[in-house]
Unconditional design. Structure first.
Length: 164
């Protein structure tokens, strides 16, 4: 529990509980994104299967790293990360879109939608913390940059596959 950390955030005018709630909602998103990418990589079929699988696996690992960053910040702010995976579904912003069509194009499209949702979530978190909590803002900025890279990587793969 970072006593001074919490004091500074409160002094800057943020409601610490509300901030922790937002971070936990993003944390739920990251776990679900991790599972969605990881599962998609297992079942992917179709054109450029190995390329798509390695990109999905790479993104899964990055989503898990995002969950780690959020968990650390939640704890510094005096909270705890969501403890029961059932609550991921209750608190998520972006939801979980189970892979049903295993074709690489369908998988890419559903993960692109997830990335676009994630980008909006971190944009909101940036606006919420701007000028008040530079450390959380920096985390949100860092994660948003990676989500934008994810969106681009998947769009590029989809373009390459559909132009064949
Ligand atoms: Fe992420
Ligand atoms: Fe992502
Ligand atoms: Mg990538």
């Amino acid at each position: 529990m970072g006593k001074k950390t919490q004091e500074l955030v409160k002094k800057a005018g943020l409601n610490v509980n509300e901030l922790i709630k937002k971070l936990n909602k993003a944390y739920a998103d990251e776990w679900l994104a991790y599972i969605q990418y990881w599962t998609g990589a297992q079942v992917a079929q179709g054109l450029m299967r190995p390329n798509v699988q390695s990109e999905l696996k790479e993104h899964a690992a990055e989503e898990l790293a995002h969950a780690q960053m959020l968990s650390e910040r939640i704890i510094q702010l005096g909270g705890a990360p969501i403890l029961d995976p059932e609550d991921y579904f209750k608190q998520t912003n972006c939801g979980y879109d189970a892979p049903k069509d295993f074709d690489v194009k369908a998988l890419l499209k559903q993960n692109i939608a997830g990335e676009r949702c994630a980008i909006a979530v971190y944009n909101d978190l940036l606006n919420y913390t701007r000028g008040k909590d530079p450390v959380t803002m920096h985390i949100a900025r860092h994660i948003m940059q990676e989500e934008q890279e994810h969106e681009q990587d998947l769009e590029d793969l989809l373009t390459d596959i559909t132009s064949k």
